[in-house]
Every structure is written in C-alpha cells, then in structure tokens.
Ligand binder design. Structure first.
Ligand SMILES: [Fe+2]
Length: 147
C-alpha cells in the first residue's frame, strides 16, 4: 500500500530525474490545528513542485533556488512551532531545537551539492525533502512537535 510520505518500491530511482510518485496528503496527517495543517499542505505542494522541476530538467542553479525556498518555508514553519512549543513548556524543547538546527545544517550541504552540480544531487535533494516532511509529520503524531 502506498501512502503519501512512505517510501515505496516505486520511489526507486531509475535515473537522476525519476523520483517516483508525488507526495499525497492523507487525512491521518492532520494535526487538528488548521494553520499547521495548511503549512504542511504547502510543504507537500512545494516538494511536489521540486519533483516536477527535476523531471522537467530544470537547471541545477534554479533547482538550488527552489530548494532554498522550500527550506526557508520549513524554517518559518519550524520557528512558529518552536514559539508555540516554548510557550507550552514542551519538556524536550532543547532537543527539539537541536534537531531543527541539524536538519537546517544538512539542508545547507544538500543545497551546496545542487549548486556544484554534483552527480545525483537533484534526486538526493528530493529524497532529503521527502524524508524531512515525513519525519516532521510523523513526529507530530507522537506529540513531539505539533502541540
Ligand atoms: Fe509542522
């Protein structure tokens, strides 16, 4: 069975431009917070747009720009959640912040590979984004971020 954020065999790359299926929203991803869900939907749409750009053979420099837009969108989303989490005195707030910082740092390295036109960088960038949103939303279901 295929779910929107679960990697399946159809995700296996046949070449650098074959990234598998689009992400598909599943109602089980809903957090119950309308604004949070709207931002998650936006992240899905941007990641699918990135995938389309890869398949349309967009230049690496432009892929890097689109990647940055997505990372910035994640960052804004994280910042809002961090404020909300801190306000609610989330017990693991420090590890929550550290995890976000690590992801942003890794995103910087992925972007650099796109800019330097490293072989396979577009597919790697797409999988990075796909896994990022998957882990982020899954963490919300464990009550770790979407408080
Ligand atoms: Fe979120």
């Amino acid at each position: 069975m295929t779910s929107g954020v679960t990697q399946t065999s159809s995700d296996a790359k046949k070449n650098d431009n074959d990234t598998g299926e689009h992400l598909h929203w599943n109602d089980s991803y809903n957090t119950g917070d309308e604004k949070t869900d709207a931002e998650h939907h936006r992240l899905f749409a941007l990641i699918n747009e990135f995938q389309d750009a890869i398949q349309d053979h967009l230049e690496s420099d432009n892929l890097a720009i689109l990647f940055s837009v997505i990372v910035d969108t994640f960052n804004v989303h994280f910042s809002k959640e961090e404020v909300k989490t801190k306000i609610l005195s989330y017990p693991n707030f420090e590890s929550y912040i550290k995890n976000h910082c690590n992801l942003l740092s890794a995103a910087g390295r992925v972007k650099l590979n796109l800019e330097e036109k490293v072989a396979g960088a577009p597919g790697t960038a797409f999988m990075f984004l796909k896994n990022w949103v998957k882990i982020h939303i899954a963490s919300g279901h464990q009550g770790k971020s979407h408080v």
